[in-house]
Write a protein that binds this ligand. Structure first.
Ligand code: SF4
Length: 112
């Protein structure tokens, strides 16, 4: 029984470390996206829950794959193709111009 408790504690410590790592990566993603939005003349999704979801997906991709892959698109493993979906993806400017936001609804067009 003591052995199980030690293992449970190890699992909990590992999960806490992973959560802290994800949290830190999310903060980095937020800082980067906010800076990019400001520079590009966009604004970030004002819905805090949606924004958090997108940033968490991007942070997870960054931790898993080492790049800020779009959380709303599939990483194929084909380096040339996947390069197109590193945020900000090659599609975002057209999407924002046409739809008012990028596919993930991370970046929104400012009204003139
Ligand atoms: S759709 Fe938006 S969030 Fe996804 S990669 Fe393109 S710019 Fe980034």
């Amino acid at each position: 029984m003591v052995f199980l408790r030690i293992n449970d504690n190890k699992v909990q410590v590992k999960k806490m470390a992973e959560m802290e790592e994800l949290d830190s990566a999310k903060k980095d993603m937020y800082a980067w996206t906010a800076k990019y939005a400001e520079k590009a003349g966009y604004y970030l999704n004002p819905d805090a829950g949606m924004l958090d979801l997108v940033l968490e997906g991007m942070a997870t991709n960054h931790l898993r794959h080492g790049k800020k892959y779009c959380p709303c698109r599939i990483v194929t493993g084909d380096e040339k193709e996947d390069k197109k979906i590193v945020c900000p993806c090659v599609y975002h400017k057209d999407e924002i111009e046409t739809n008012g936001s990028c596919h993930c609804e991370l970046f929104f067009k400012k009204e003139q």
